[in-house]
Design a protein around this ligand. Structure first.
Ligand SMILES: [Zn+2]
Ligand SMILES: [Zn+2]
Ligand SMILES: [Zn+2]
Length: 401
């Protein structure tokens, strides 16, 4: 109770441009045997804060995601300028169905599941990942939430199952457990009724079909994965909420399969949600969370990519960073681009983390002196520069506002 009072007092003095409502903290202090002779002072503080809140601006750590102009009728998150194709070399790939101009938004996708990154655990809500200065703790573990509604939503979604087992993983939840739970719930609620033509971003079926490269993993690696999955399985079936919500006898085999498969998916397809800070000299990033996206995960890698993704909270927006011709494959960079990394380091890193040998145009010809790649590189840098300027303007507005 004293802690809530101190928190409210600190936030009142802080007066940041972020919208901080200290009333809930004061209410919690008052409801928990706050000393009678100090109550008047606390109520007075709440009245002062309520007057101030009208002048505060509602600021998020991210800018709103742009909307897609022409939605694709067959793919939830994409524009109608792309489609999913298959070939023997790539498996599934995203191809332009019309000419795409540099800067065009191709995909705007919500995460299927996400978790907080330990680096940001004390400043961001563990459910919506938004910035918050008066986080509320879960009663049983160190998960923190921006509001009662986020706490309730997180608890009813997956937290009730993972809360007790957080100690297994340095007190943090695991993304693959959330994937498996969502898969299990979907199976229980709909069965095969969810099978329709549209490629959806909020359905486990699409997630379950993402690449895992399971057969390329070495034996030791697989043993470690199986051990983690077994630990989670045993903790999950002991959880009273889990036992109440699912008929264990009926879903036991499915649960084991889902946990193992979800582990493989999350190990191979994670996206880091980053908070970028633009200054006149450099761009610094901080990891806020990790997420899985159903459609963006289908974009293949190239060291000279023609698309790049940007985070707007948990929404991932992919834009063209070069003009893309009809029939051309849309690609993103998995972290090692031609413009910043030598071919040997690129190949080593892609082999180690993504288990494939890149043979994009730049890698195939070693491309160090090729004019073609230099031109692509200029596109890339030019577009980034323009984006950088826009973000600087937004940042300036936030600072002033
Ligand atoms: Zn929240
Ligand atoms: Zn908890
Ligand atoms: Zn390459």
């Amino acid at each position: 109770m004293q802690n809530y009072q101190r928190l409210a007092s600190f936030q009142f003095k802080l007066q940041t441009p972020y919208n901080i409502d200290i009333s809930p903290d004061i209410d919690r202090a008052l409801q928990n045997n706050y000393p009678e002779h100090l109550k008047d002072k606390l109520v007075q503080r709440r009245n002062q804060a309520e007057r101030l809140i009208a002048n505060q601006k509602n600021v998020h750590y991210y800018s709103p995601a742009p909307t897609i102009q022409n939605r694709n009728p067959r793919i939830d998150a994409a524009s109608d300028s792309v489609e999913i194709r298959r070939n023997s070399k790539f498996g599934r790939l995203i191809v332009a169905t019309k000419d795409i101009k540099v800067g065009d938004v191709i995909v705007s996708e919500n995460s299927f599941a996400h978790i907080i990154h330990p680096e940001s655990r004390y400043l961001h809500c563990h459910e919506c990942l938004d910035i918050c200065f008066n986080l509320i703790p879960c009663e049983r573990c160190n998960a923190l939430y921006c509001s009662e509604s986020c706490l309730e939503r997180a608890f009813n979604d997956c937290h009730k199952y993972e809360c007790g087992m957080a100690f297994l993983f340095h007190k943090y939840p695991q993304l693959f457990i959330r994937l498996a739970i969502k898969g299990l719930r979907e199976h229980q609620n709909h069965g095969d009724a969810t099978l329709d033509e549209t490629y959806r971003s909020d359905r486990y079926k699409e997630i379950s079909e993402l690449a895992t490269n399971e057969n390329k993993r070495d034996f030791l690696n697989t043993c470690v994965h199986i051990t983690i999955v077994c630990l989670c399985y045993h903790n999950l079936i002991e959880n009273p909420h889990f036992r109440r919500d699912f008929d264990l006898d009926a879903v036991d085999d499915l649960l084991k399969k889902l946990l193992y498969h979800s582990y493989m998916i999350h190990a191979f397809n994670p996206f880091n949600i980053k908070k970028l800070k633009y200054t006149a000299l450099q761009t610094r990033s901080r990891r806020v969370g990790t997420a899985i996206y159903a459609f963006t995960s289908l974009l293949n890698h190239s060291c000279v990519p023609n698309c790049e993704f940007f985070h707007h909270g948990t929404v991932l927006v992919t834009r063209a960073i070069a003009n893309i011709r009809k029939g051309e494959q849309c690609t993103i960079c998995y972290g090692t681009s031609y413009s910043s990394t030598d071919i040997r380091i690129r190949q080593m890193s892609l082999k180690r983390y993504y288990l494939f040998k890149c043979d994009c145009k730049a890698c195939a010809k070693s491309g160090h002196n090729s004019r073609v790649y230099l031109k692509a590189d200029q596109y890339h840098r030019g577009f980034k520069k323009r984006l950088h300027k826009t973000h600087l303007k937004i940042q300036k507005k936030i600072d002033i506002g």
